[in-house]
Design a protein around this ligand. Structure first.
Ligand code: DAH
Length: 354
């Protein structure tokens, strides 16, 4: 191989491995250039003085070519590595959130989103209530059998009438507090914790309810039914939701109705929608005139409807959990499975149960 071809091959070596192969073939122990150098010893002085410088020059040229190609290939490799390992320090940090949103919080957010769209504000009340707000103002006087319906936790502390304070047994006292605090028209929902002395697979001593209250002029049960139907369709994200209002009794509403939602069987599973069977989901009714009067409003002028339901139960129905107790175990594996991504906020446009 003549000198130019050799140099050209070295300069075109595709990678460090091929280049080293060429080094061995030329300058290695049995390399072609090494072999030429070995011929010098057998030459006479005259020939050597002519051939010697040529062979030395060839060795030098090959050595230089190897060195410069090696440097070029190494630089290329470094460039390639830098390109793949590049970090853009100007990008915002995107730390994956480690926690997840509890289904109860998620459902409360979904409910707030749905009702905000219907013009409802969110109201709150204390979890430690006095007897009047939790019972009497809601038309549940001392002697009333309805008191026994709720297994109340009584506290040692008493209110200004000497009656023991209670852990609120329902979110209905928020109705009273709202009517007392702001003049009608009123449209609120009140989600929150409630307490009853009860514990099995479907009851826990603390659970969550959501209350709804509308007070205005000329309100009737048609408004109640439309509101609940619209809410349940948005919540379960299905248009085929069917509801049934069943006459019932609550001291704070007259008339009162229990609301059933229809279910049907899809691929062997019970799902809401259709009307193969019925499942009770809400208590509701027209706010009792006595309750309106207890809050200092004239029941001949103002009417309204109210409803209440269990948030945990709604979550179980929508997301398919079957043991209520797991909601309060704080088991991280359960939360990982049923929890929601912390940065996904329910919206009506994006899907409330996204
Ligand atoms: N407070 C009731 C309970 O805890 C639920 C309820 C029923 C709330 C009817 C209401 C209603 O506002 O109208 O069982």
């Amino acid at each position: 191989m003549d000198r130019d071809t050799l140099i050209a091959r070295i300069s075109a070596a595709p990678d460090l491995g091929a280049l080293d192969q060429l080094r061995v073939e030329t300058l290695g122990k049995s390399g072609s250039v090494t072999a030429l150098l070995k011929t010098l010893g057998a030459m006479d002085a005259a020939t050597r003085s002519v051939e010697g410088p040529k062979i030395q020059a060839l060795r030098e040229a090959v050595s230089d070519a190897l060195t410069s190609r090696k440097a070029a290939l190494e630089a290329e490799a470094l460039e390639a590595r830098l390109a793949t390992e590049r970090l853009d320090l100007s990008l915002p940090v995107e730390a994956a959130p480690a926690g997840s949103v509890h289904p109860v919080s998620q459902v409360m957010d979904e409910l707030a989103e749905i009702f905000a769209d219907l013009g409802f504000a969110v109201a709150e009340g204390p979890e430690i209530e006095d007897d009047w707000h939790n019972f009497s103002a809601l038309n549940i006087p001392e002697s009333h059998p309805a008191r026994a319906m709720q297994d109340t936790f009584y506290l040692d502390q008493v209110d200004e009438h000497g009656r023991p304070l209670v852990l609120r047994t329902h979110t209905s006292p928020v109705q009273i507090r709202t009517m007392q605090a702001s003049p009608p028209p009123i449209r609120i929902i009140a989600p929150g914790r409630v307490y009853r002395s009860d514990s099995d697979a479907t009851h826990t001593p603390m659970f969550h309810q959501i209350e709804g209250l509308v007070i205005d002029k000329g309100i009737h049960m048609g408004h109640l039914k439309w509101t609940l139907e619209t809410f349940l369709k948005a919540f379960f994200e299905r248009d085929d939701i069917v509801i049934r209002l069943r006459p019932s009794y609550f001291p704070f509403t007259e008339p009162s109705a229990e609301v059933d939602i229809g279910w049907s069987t899809e691929k062997g599973r019970r799902v809401v929608g259709g009307s193969e069977g019925w499942l009770e989901v809400l208590g509701s009714g027209m706010v009792h005139p006595k309750v309106i009067a207890n809050c200092g409003l004239d029941p001949d002028e103002w009417q309204g409807f109210a409803f209440g339901t269990g948030v945990d139960r709604l979550a179980m129905l929508k997301y398919g959990m079957n043991d209520l107790r797991a909601f309060f175990d704080g088991d991280l594996r359960w939360l990982k499975h049923y929890g929601f991504r912390a940065l996904d906020v329910p919206t009506l446009s994006g899907g409330v149960g996204a």
